[in-house]
Design a protein around this ligand. Structure first.
Ligand SMILES: Nc1nc2c(ncn2[C@@H]2O[C@H](COP(=O)(O)OP(=O)(O)OP(=O)(O)O)[C@@H](O)[C@H]2O)c(=O)[nH]1
Length: 489
């Protein structure tokens, strides 16, 4: 999503950077391109106009035209304006005492509301809470069943009352309220601290739908109301949000299907049009595909600058503590084997699609393009690595030094890959092992510096604290690069 926008921004900044000094006219011209790109992304016309004008005014105010490197400041200004457009956002959920905290989910049929209820429940469990799901979409038995299935998958209880479901007729007045009320009572009895209400969905906003939602809202006074919107519906989604918000006083929006190949304008327009921020985005059909929305990270992603923080947060959530501890010990002892390497790759894969991860790392979106790697190529590469690993025997995996030429050829044949791919695989392993050894002895500052180095492509030990430098050098990692650097000086 938003790839086209990223490309356009990159073009614009490249053009601006290519010029020595720029004029106000150059800026306006560049912004005309940005304006087209935003309109193509389905951002509403008024927002586009205000946005581009704000950028131009800021650029003039900050005297970009007097600078020798105007491109960088322009990136900064556009970044700030994008953040302003989408933020600020507070994604925290506020819990009440005594529990339960009641969260009401609303949205049109098919927006992904039921799935998002499951995702949110999973997200809350990861934060140490004990949610109860409540099936209050009484017009569709399938929706009740879907929530039951989701609950079973997640091991989270679901309150249902089949006697209140009215598949073909009008849902009886007060039925939804009574189901929600019973769910809240059950949560109190069973010690669940959050109740998530999956309320009615309809194909269109109509009086019956709004009446039902308003009734739940006024009688039960949920502590937070989230509106689930389908990002693929673009402007329509945003306009329906406005109508919902007028009736319900929504706290925040959840934009689903952000992984799909749509234009993404809804994300950029939503806050301005509805006055409510996007708090979460759904990035896939799986139940862990829910991200807290961070305008800063999103603006960086749009501008092709990556979103490292999101990646780190996800990594922290998904890398199992135990695995991390084991890895840490291995690093310190310096006996990192091919088994560990593949286990680590598996951990990284848990973060989701490799393509997505690549896009979050600054500079990578450009790099994958330059390498002509399209969607799915990284995944395929991982598949080949697994095939190579699977063709090795146990002893080789523990002691890769046993892999001589003959074995490598056999392995290549067994895995159905070229011989040089086995070589590349081993090289990648060795590099990771050396890096692990070096990283094992570093403090946080050293790790951050190393990360920065990796990102910028300027890998060296010079920015690391003394102890870490020593360890890194002892391990042989990066030595050559440092030496070269010193020579140049
Ligand atoms: N790709 C993708 N698909 C999603 C996402 N969220 C939901 N979906 C899919 O969208 C479809 C509709 O989701 P539901 O949760 O059934 O929609 P709903 O709004 O609850 O619909 P009703 O139950 O009819 O009100 C399902 O196929 C989901 O798997 C997402 O973030 N990305």
């Amino acid at each position: 999503m938003l790839d086209a926008l990223t490309d356009k921004f990159n073009n614009v900044f490249r053009t601006l950077s290519g010029r020595g000094r720029i004029s106000e006219e150059n800026i306006r011209e560049a912004m005309r391109e940005v304006r087209t790109a935003l309109l193509e992304a389905d951002v509403s016309f008024k927002i586009v106009k205000d946005f581009t004008e704000a950028v131009v005014q800021k650029a003039i105010g900050r005297e970009v035209i007097k600078l020798l490197r105007p491109g960088e400041l322009m990136v900064q200004i556009v970044y700030e304006e994008l953040v302003n457009l989408m933020g600020p956002v507070d994604t925290r959920i506020y819990y009440v005492q005594p529990p339960p905290t009641v969260i009401m989910m609303a949205g049109l049929q098919g927006a992904g509301k039921t799935t998002t209820c499951g995702k949110l429940a999973k997200y809350l469990v990861a934060k140490g809470h004990h949610p109860l799901l409540c099936a209050a979409d009484l017009q569709r038995p399938a929706a009740v069943e879907q929530l039951r299935t989701l609950g079973a998958q997640l091991g989270i209880p679901v309150y249902t009352d089949d006697s209140k479901v009215a598949p073909h007729g009008e849902v009886a007045k007060g039925a939804a309220v009574s189901v929600c009320r019973a769910a809240i009572a059950q949560a109190k009895q069973t010690g669940r601290d959050v109740v998530i209400l999956d309320t009615a969905g309809r194909l269109h906003i109509d009086d019956a739908l709004m009446g039902e939602l308003r009734e739940v809202n006024t009688q039960l006074k949920p502590h937070q109301v989230f509106l689930v919107l389908d990002a693929m519906s673009g402007q329509d989604a945003v306009n329906s949000a406005k109508a919902f918000n007028e009736q319900l006083e929504v706290d925040g929006l959840i934009l689903t299907k952000f992984d799909s190949d749509t234009r993404g304008g809804a994300l950029l327009s939503a806050k301005m049009i509805t006055g409510k921020p996007v708090k979460f985005i759904g990035t896939g059909e799986k139940l862990d595909a829910l991200e807290e929305f961070r305008p800063e990270g999103m603006a960086q992603r749009i501008l092709g600058m990556g979103d490292i923080l999101q990646l780190v947060t996800e990594a922290q959530q998904k890398f199992s503590q135990e695995e991390a501890q084991k890895l840490q010990e291995k690093m310190e002892q310096g006996n990192f084997t091919l088994d560990d390497f593949m286990a680590q790759m598996g951990q990284v894969q848990k973060l989701g699609s490799m393509d997505r991860i690549m896009k979050m790392i600054p500079g990578m979106s450009q790099l994958t393009k330059q390498m002509n790697m399209g969607d799915g190529d990284v995944e395929r590469q991982m598949g080949r690595m697994k095939a190579i690993y699977n063709s090795m025997n146990k002893r080789e995996r523990k002691n890769p030094d046993l892999l001589d030429g003959t074995r490598r050829r056999r392995i290549a044949r067994g895995a159905g890959v070229e011989l040089n791919e086995v070589g590349q695989f081993m090289k990648q392993f060795e590099q990771t092992r050396d890096m692990m050894k070096a990283v094992g002895g570093m403090g946080m500052a050293g790790k951050m510096n190393l990360m920065k180095g990796l990102m910028s492509g300027k890998l060296n030990t010079l920015g690391m604290p003394g102890g870490a430098q020593l360890k890194a050098k002892k391990s042989g990692f990066m030595e050559k690069k440092d030496r070269n650097k010193k020579k140049k000086r």
